[in-house]
Design a protein around this ligand. Structure first.
Ligand SMILES: NC(=O)C1=CN([C@@H]2O[C@H](COP(=O)(O)OP(=O)(O)OC[C@H]3O[C@@H](n4cnc5c(N)ncnc54)[C@H](O)[C@@H]3O)[C@@H](O)[C@H]2O)C=CC1
Ligand SMILES: O=C(O)C1=N[C@H](C(=O)O)C[C@H](O)C1
Length: 239
């Protein structure tokens, strides 16, 4: 498979290594305005975007217009997600966005949803989310923390939204911490006067995110439509 890497930073470089180990070729690396590059849909099977929040939407929509499917892991650009999906459909292209591509986090998402369902009637507990990332991270809260909050909100109609730190009683507070060299740690806590329930996912490196993105790219090649990591994982585990 011929891959274009949109964003060649920490994630782009990790993805390149894993893609090459799996027999793919990186044919284009983009680290600046996508208009400075020739995008030839006949030579690129899929683009993988791990760039910056301000560039993601332009990168993604430009690929769709050049007949190139996109795997997007960039966070902090989701105000434009619905627009990106519309362009994908108009161009009959293919798209997967995930706030977190690691297999472990996707198991953690399942756990979070189940736990939220169990806790929604237990009014003595309050819920909060903490995320810890490296100090270079541009966005807060993390995309993964937002996904976790959205899952809890789906299960609990008494909660109205989420808020970075100073949340009202009917909101989920998300605490974003920045520490040197932390690839990504997420904790969901339910606390009461009597006890505390916590679930945590700790990434030990960026390899899990990168492997998930390459597996998603392999899934997306030759498809059209909008997909999620759930689709990718159900195909992976269908046997
Ligand atoms: N969904 C997931 O599983 C994961 C998502 N991420 C997200 O991926 C993104 C990238 O993370 P890192 O690689 O750690 O950041 P990074 O800062 O190391 O890399 C970003 C790269 O994008 C480049 N860039 C700047 N303008 C660009 C443009 N117009 N087009 C293309 N590239 C451009 C920068 O030069 C830089 O090399 C972040 O939004 C982060 O939150 C990170 C890890 C996992
Ligand atoms: O910026 C990062 O590094 C990460 N970003 C993603 C997020 O915002 O959730 C995923 C992962 O936690 C690493």
């Amino acid at each position: 498979m011929n891959i274009a890497l949109l964003g060649y930073g920490r994630m782009g470089k990790t993805i390149e290594k894993i893609a090459e180990d799996r027999g793919h070729e990186v044919v284009l690396k983009v680290s600046d305005d996508i208009d400075n590059h020739e995008l030839d849909g006949s030579k690129i099977d899929v683009a993988i975007d791990f760039s910056i929040p301000d560039a993601a939407f332009k990168n993604i929509s430009t690929c769709f217009r050049n007949n190139i499917p996109v795997v997007s892991g960039t966070t902090g650009w989701l105000d434009n997600y619905e627009k990106a999906k519309k362009i994908c459909n108009e161009e009959n292209s293919a798209f997967i966005y995930a706030s977190n591509f690691s297999l472990g986090v996707n198991v953690f998402f399942e756990l979070n949803q189940k736990l939220a369902k169990m806790m929604q009637g237990l009014e003595d507990y309050s819920v909060e989310i903490e995320e810890i990332h490296h100090t270079q991270k541009l966005d807060a809260p993390s995309g993964t923390a937002i996904s976790l909050a959205q899952q809890i909100l789906q299960e609990n109609s008494k909660l109205k939204g989420w808020q970075l730190e100073d949340a009202d009683a009917d909101e989920i507070p998300i605490f974003a911490k920045r520490e040197e060299n932390v690839p990504g740690t997420h904790t969901v806590t339910y606390d009461s006067e009597i006890d505390k329930i916590e679930i945590t996912h700790t990434a030990k490196s960026r390899k899990g995110f990168a492997l998930g993105a390459v597996v998603a790219a392999e899934y997306l090649k030759d498809k059209s439509g909008i997909f999620t990591m759930k689709d990718v994982l159900s195909e992976l585990f269908k046997n």
